[in-house]
Design a binder for this molecule. Structure first.
Ligand SMILES: [Zn+2]
Length: 299
């Protein structure tokens, strides 16, 4: 008897709580993590992509449509990063609130100082970075802009709790400021270290922490490494005495290992998103992890 009362009470509390929470669906876990930092217990967030998936290519499963149909807010990286999978999901969800222009639609890229914006939009030769480089969340300072965009939407949808969101935003920004100093000072000794990367997804990280990306294993973003590209990279590494190749969790190690073997270099796999590895539970852990990994190959 007592047990069943407890269960009923628990269910009641749970249903009241979930009723009042803002249901958020994000495309990548980094946006989910930041939304949770700003929304606290007022939000119930779900990320479609996992942290070890390539965010350009995600399988749009039917279960995501259900999540989107019930969502109050949808947060996207934008810049066509998710062009292959978000439009079909949003269309099927038929939820006006979270369609582009709806009160719950958040393009996290608003006000981000973009890098590598081409002078003309061109999908030619399979390039998938047509509006500029979309991997902007890999600079923690851009995390503050993302947080502001999410805050604006939360304040709009739930004005009653605006001061709470504002306090959380302030705390998030302060934490970023403190952590950035810590990450920068740890990497300061290795400023301008030249590296090779697999996919062109590190320019924001490079700019913040002073690496020098020399070239990519992909001949163009989204085009898998070709034998001629790999031969070219091996040549550059030998000639310029480069030692470090950066891989991402969702690429096999075949190409990076081949280049390492033939150039005498070392491969380091960095996390591109929250959840890429079990220890990366939030947006701050992402940079803790990557700084630690880089230090271990630089030393
Ligand atoms: Zn990309």
């Amino acid at each position: 008897m007592k047990k069943s009362i407890i269960v009923i009470f628990a269910l009641l509390v749970f249903s009241i709580q979930s009723y009042s929470q803002i249901k958020i669906v994000t495309t990548i876990p980094d946006l989910k993590s930041i939304a949770e930092q700003i929304g606290g217990e007022r939000v119930d967030a779900f990320s479609i992509a996992t942290g070890y998936q390539n965010p350009h290519f995600v399988d749009p499963k039917p279960s995501y449509i259900l999540k989107l149909a019930k969502a109050d807010m949808f947060i996207t990286v934008g810049l066509d990063l998710e062009i292959g999978w978000v439009p079909p999901l949003l269309n099927s969800a038929r939820n006006a609130k979270i369609q582009k222009g709806g009160e719950g639609y958040v393009d996290a890229s608003i006000n981000i100082p973009l890098l590598q914006v081409p002078t003309s939009v061109n999908r030619g030769e399979g390039d998938i970075h047509i509006y500029g480089n979309p991997h902007y969340w890999l600079d923690p300072l851009n995390g503050k802009i993302i947080a502001q965009n999410i805050y604006n939407a939360l304040a709009r949808l739930d004005p009653e709790h605006q001061s709470e969101f504002q306090a959380r935003l302030k705390k998030f920004n302060e934490t970023i400021d403190v952590k950035i100093k810590e990450w920068e000072s740890k990497l300061a000794k290795y400023k301008n270290t030249k590296v090779i990367v697999y996919h062109n997804e590190w320019p924001y990280f490079e700019q913040r922490f002073g690496l020098k990306i020399v070239d990519f294993l992909e001949p163009k973003p989204g085009i898998p490494p070709t034998p001629s590209q790999l031969a070219k990279i091996i040549g550059i590494m030998k000639r310029e005495n480069l030692k470090i190749i950066i891989n991402s969790p969702y690429f096999t190690s075949e190409a990076t290992d081949l280049v390492a073997r033939n150039s005498g270099g070392k491969v380091v796999t960095l996390a591109t998103s929250v959840g890429a590895y079990p220890s990366i539970k939030n947006y701050f852990d992402l940079f803790d992890y990557n700084v630690y990994q880089l230090l271990s190959v630089f030393q």
